[in-house]
Design a protein around this ligand. Structure first.
Ligand SMILES: [Zn+2]
Length: 310
């Protein structure tokens, strides 16, 4: 059953968040079993529904549109035809007034544009742009500040919406409550994780599901890997975590709380990573709604609106 949905651009192969050395798991194991068994002790120890009953007022408001129909998928963006790997002429992508052509998936190490401490929401961080190896968010706080698991960290700005989202998922009942499986990961931890996957599966395969150091959204302190609160099983051990009640809830509601799914299903040609139903990046409610309404993966939207040509 432990279908080897390999860990992702998150590449959470490092054993625990409390081991910043990010040494690859000591025991040689398969990707699936490695991820499945290497649960962060903090996450495992903190249970699931710690704060489900706290502040039930945290319903999404304002920007959330409960009656909104399912997002129109992939309408506005003509580039990167799924399956083709060929460059798309810039002229084909002019749907945005600030349009920047979405580059096809390639690997480079351009320094990110902007300051990751202040531009974390709109910052393009993909296989092309990378954070400095020395970058650590100025402030990191425990996800326990949001009433969730301890042992994981995010930047403080994430906390209020994370708390609201968690409480809403718990209030939804029917086993839809979410929990944190991973959050901030340092450059060093990501380096260890990527090296591990290269050793396990080879570089070409590793690149499809693990970010090279500096390229992970987890280093921003705004990305979170979620799991089901009802089970400690890592989300990547499911055939498709999005089919679980918490996974479905997140797919439908996360954007209302400022979180977007970085690597949606069937979008690998544009996201450059395999599908990761558990990996969400916080961008704030306003931008999350815009990305949601666009029908495009965040990478596409960010390149269009915040790319070098924007
Ligand atoms: Zn992740």
């Amino acid at each position: 059953m432990a279908f080897a949905v390999i860990v992702a651009a998150c590449s959470s192969s490092t054993p625990t968040p409390s081991e910043p050395s990010a040494a690859p798991p000591s025991a040689p194991v398969s990707p699936g079993s490695s991820l499945g068994s290497a649960g962060p002790s903090a996450g495992a120890s903190s249970g699931s529904s710690a704060s489900a009953s706290v502040e039930p007022s945290a319903e999404p408001s304002g920007s959330a549109s409960p009656s909104e129909p399912p997002r129109p998928h992939k309408t506005p963006h003509p580039t990167a035809t799924p399956g083709d790997g060929t460059p798309t002429p810039p002229s084909s992508d002019v749907s945005s007034p600030n349009g920047t052509p979405l580059p096809t998936c390639r690997y480079a190490d351009l320094p990110v544009r902007g300051d990751p401490n202040t531009d974390w929401a709109t910052m393009i961080l993909d296989t092309i742009y990378r954070l400095p190896s020395t970058f650590v968010p100025q402030h990191l706080v425990s996800t326990s500040d949001a009433g969730m698991q301890s042992g994981f960290e995010v930047i403080p700005t994430v906390i209020d919406d994370l708390r609201a989202m968690h409480e809403a998922s718990a209030a939804a009942g029917d086993g839809q409550e979410i929990a944190v499986r991973w959050a901030y990961r340092s450059y060093g931890e990501q380096a260890g994780a990527f090296a591990h996957w290269v050793a396990v599966s080879g570089r070409a395969a590793a690149l499809t599901h693990s970010a090279r150091p500096g390229h992970s959204e987890h280093q921003l302190g705004t990305a979170i890997d979620f799991r089901s609160a009802s089970s400690l099983e890592p989300p990547w051990d499911y055939a498709d975590w999005a089919l679980t009640p918490p996974g479905q809830w997140m797919e439908q509601n996360a954007w209302k709380y400022g979180f977007v799914l970085s690597y949606p299903k069937g979008e690998t040609a544009e996201t450059c990573y395999a599908y990761e139903p558990w990996h969400y990046r916080y961008v704030g409610r306003t931008l999350a709604k815009q990305i949601h309404d666009s029908g495009d993966p965040p990478r596409v939207y960010l390149w269009q609106h915040y790319g070098p040509g924007a």
